[in-house]
Design a protein around this ligand. Structure first.
Ligand code: DLL
Length: 433
């Protein structure tokens, strides 16, 4: 089933005409109502009337996560406060997050794109959707919730965590569709097995998994172990939340809701636009958002766009699954972490050398973060008790900086590899490529 065939199966001409009209409106609105864009556009010598074709989008400057952060909390809003009815933030826990503001019309659009996404994920009004994405400032919980309500499914707003309860509810309520991160899906599978639950007795039909990178191999494992069809959902707070793109059951890429979000692929080094079919960094422009229009947002997510009609009948362009990032942002158990946050925590502590390495692993199903840091010679030769205390204290510091538990290993001064160029701070042993 297709939720909105008119929007999802438009001809290319129709689509481009609609996109151009909406792009022109968006640029005008941003220019007139957001001081940041007003200045950026004037500095670049571009004015709303210069957008005469879709290709003219390349005249616009890029927006980065940092630009949005600097406008914290509400500097990017394009409407008066009273028109904002909801706010969310990106999933990092400390530092200044990006705030996204929604008008009621924005919430309608979000519900619409999520209704399309859930429909692509096999959900109908007859389904019971167990929504294990976190509710709150994170966009996952409410995004799925709005879409589920729009299609008239029964939403079970259980939020994240408490795996035993998740399983109990799944059994008692006869959950048919589950929504969570792919790593949590794997963990659920493991607990189900441990508890001796026979997946044949569950009613699971499909899973809508996203918010972090995953692979085809993970898909196969999840499908086999949970007995469902596993599909990929993509989105980001800066643009709207989940629902920017979603995979249909053809499993050959994620359809971007192009009538609301305009995608481009650029070379992350030069900023130059790359043709469809070539891997690069995804750049997104909102076409309909009122509360917070965003022009040419550099997502830093690496993917390629695919032309051509899909077996499902949708004409919306598809993007490959994300295979990497063009910056050093990590997502650990669904939470955004930048190495610089860990560095900041470490630098506040006496007795440490400024040499560290972050090692990310996924021993079984859940991500683990180890921070190896060189202790000063004095600390290192100290009693074991002191070293243990120091380790715990550093763990606490990092926890309060990033909101995640980490294992700290204090290593001998001079023992971490030195690099002649850019230091390699992160060793990500999870494989996504
Ligand atoms: O993760 C929104 C979301 C919620 C998407 C629920 C899907 C499901 P943020 O916390 O702002 O928003 O993080 C956005 O997460 O730029 C990607 O790097 C990564 N990401 C999101 N979905 C996927 C995916 C939500 N399917 C950042 N595959 C993005 C790979 C993903 N990475």
């Amino acid at each position: 089933m297709i939720w909105n065939p008119e929007a999802e199966c438009m001809s290319q001409e129709e689509k481009q005409e609609l996109q151009l009209r909406r792009l022109q409106n968006t640029v005008k609105r941003a220019y007139e109502n957001v001081p940041y864009y007003n200045k950026r556009l004037r500095d670049a010598g571009v004015f709303p009337e210069d957008i005469e074709t879709l290709d003219d989008i390349e005249k616009l400057p890029f927006t980065t996560k940092n630009d949005l952060r600097e406008a914290y909390p509400f500097g990017m809003f394009a409407v008066p406060d009273e028109e904002i009815v909801e706010v969310h933030t990106s999933s990092g826990t400390t530092g200044k997050p990006v705030v996204s503001g929604y008008t009621s019309r924005d919430l309608e659009i979000w519900s619409e794109v999520m209704a399309r996404a859930l429909t692509m994920g096999m959900a109908t009004r007859k389904d019971r959707i167990q929504n294990c994405y976190g509710y709150g400032l994170f966009t996952g919980g409410l995004g799925v919730h709005y879409g589920a309500q729009k299609i008239g499914a029964t939403v079970i707003p259980i939020s994240a965590g408490n795996t035993k309860r998740q399983i109990e509810i799944m059994q008692d309520f006869g959950t048919t569709v589950i929504t969570c991160t792919p790593s949590y899906a794997l963990y659920l599978a493991e607990v189900l097995e441990k508890e001796g639950v026979d997946i044949g007795e569950l009613n699971l039909k499909s899973g809508i998994f996203g918010a972090e990178m995953w692979t085809e191999e993970m898909r196969e494992t999840i499908e086999a172990r949970l007995g469902l069809t596993a599909l990929n959902i993509y989105g980001l707070t800066e643009i709207i939340g989940p629902g920017v793109a979603m995979e249909c059951t053809e499993k050959n890429g994620l359809h971007i809701a192009e009538d609301h979000f305009y995608p481009e692929i650029i070379d992350p080094k030069t900023g130059e636009k790359l043709p469809n079919g070539t891997k690069g960094e995804l750049v997104l422009t909102t076409l309909t958002r009122e509360g917070m229009p965003v022009l040419r947002f550099r997502t830093k997510d690496i993917t390629a766009l695919r032309d051509g009609e899909c077996g499902c009948g949708r004409t919306l362009v598809r993007m490959d699954r994300i295979t990497g990032r063009s910056d050093d942002m990590l997502k650990i158990r669904g939470v955004i972490v930048f190495p610089s946050q860990i560095e900041r925590a470490l630098l506040k502590i006496k007795g440490l050398e400024p040499h560290y390495q972050i090692v990310v692993t996924r021993p079984e199903f859940l991500d683990e973060l180890e921070v190896q840091v060189e202790a000063s010679p004095e600390l290192f030769s100290d009693e074991v008790k002191h070293v243990e205390e120091a380790k715990r204290m550093i763990e606490k510091h990092i926890h309060s900086e990033i909101g995640l538990r980490v294992n700290v290993t204090l290593v001998e001064p001079g023992s971490l590899p030195r690099s002649e160029g850019k230091a390699i701070r992160v060793i990500d042993k999870r494989k996504f490529d």
